[in-house]
Design a protein around this ligand. Structure first.
Ligand SMILES: [Zn+2]
Length: 283
């Protein structure tokens, strides 16, 4: 019965130098792989359902499956709305049992991002749900070579204190050089900017766009104050490759299912381990 808000774990990670990953679920195979990894590593973990996927016809069934799975293991498992699109969507997911929500109003002007985030925080906190927001804007890896446009989206340290104090948000996603999807070119992290943000606020900071960073980059981001890392693309690319290698004409469907679950589990265990989350479930 360990479907819980991840807030306690993220604060603990921030204080003790580890990060908890959010892995995106899109079906039951990946959910099985993620939770098996959390069990094998005795680690906390976050099942993230992307706002757009929640709206798909099978969105609610996925929520029911993820909840039942999370409740079946002793490790802390959060069910979190990833990139929530609106106040209404956040409320609908909370009603279905999500333990944490992200509202992504990062494309809006600062004042509007503050107003929308504040409204979600007030309602979510009344129901014991923690909230993540994004300040600055994490773009797409496919646009990565356009370094100038990426830099324009970087989080401005001067906005951070005001944003956190006015909204009461629990976790803050920052734009410091990562991007969603696969990178065109080598990713670079602005660790000096991360330090500056860390000095100004004391809530857990979040890194989106984890796929494609090196182990050293992850570990230095965590050492500089990141307590939650979102990873999706690598899990899907690796598993698609392994499935295509295993998909001989004689392969059975059940064998391919096993390949998928084991691939997700192996990649998730890798991330839990390099983020320092292994063995942290009991804290
Ligand atoms: Zn993201």
């Amino acid at each position: 019965m360990a479907l819980v808000s991840i807030k306690h774990q993220l604060v603990r990670g921030m204080q003790n130098g580890y990060a908890v990953p959010l892995f995106n679920i899109v079906d039951s195979l990946i959910a099985d792989g993620i939770v098996a990894a959390a069990q094998a590593q005795n680690a906390p973990v976050i099942l993230g359902l992307y706002g757009g996927h929640f709206e798909l016809p099978n969105g609610r069934q996925q929520v029911a499956y993820a909840r039942a799975l999370a409740e079946s293991v002793p490790q802390p498992v959060s069910l979190m709305l990833d990139h929530g699109a609106s106040f209404e969507q956040c409320m609908r997911t909370i009603q279905l049992g999500f333990t944490d929500v992200m509202l992504d109003a990062s494309k809006l002007p600062l004042d509007e991002n503050i107003a929308q985030t504040k409204a979600v925080v007030r309602a979510a906190h009344a129901m014991g749900v923690a909230v993540e927001a994004e300040l600055g804007h994490v773009g797409m890896g496919s646009d990565y070579q356009d370094a100038e446009s990426l830099r324009k989206g970087f989080t401005r340290p001067d906005d951070v204190e005001r944003f956190v104090s006015e909204t009461g948000v629990d976790f803050l996603a920052v734009a410091i050089g990562t991007a969603h999807g696969a990178y065109a070119g080598e990713p670079h992290l602005a660790l000096d900017l991360l330090d500056e943000i860390r000095r100004r606020v004391d809530i857990p900071l979040v890194l989106h766009g984890g796929s494609g960073l090196s182990t050293e980059q992850f570990q230095s981001a965590i050492a500089h104050g990141i307590a939650k890392v979102n990873v999706a693309t690598d899990l899907f690319m690796t598993t698609a490759r392994r499935l295509s290698e295993a998909a001989t004409p004689e392969a059975s469907y059940f064998a391919l299912q096993r390949v998928a679950v084991e691939s997700f589990q192996e990649r998730c265990e890798h991330y839990l381990s390099i983020f320092g989350a292994s063995g942290q479930a009991g804290g």
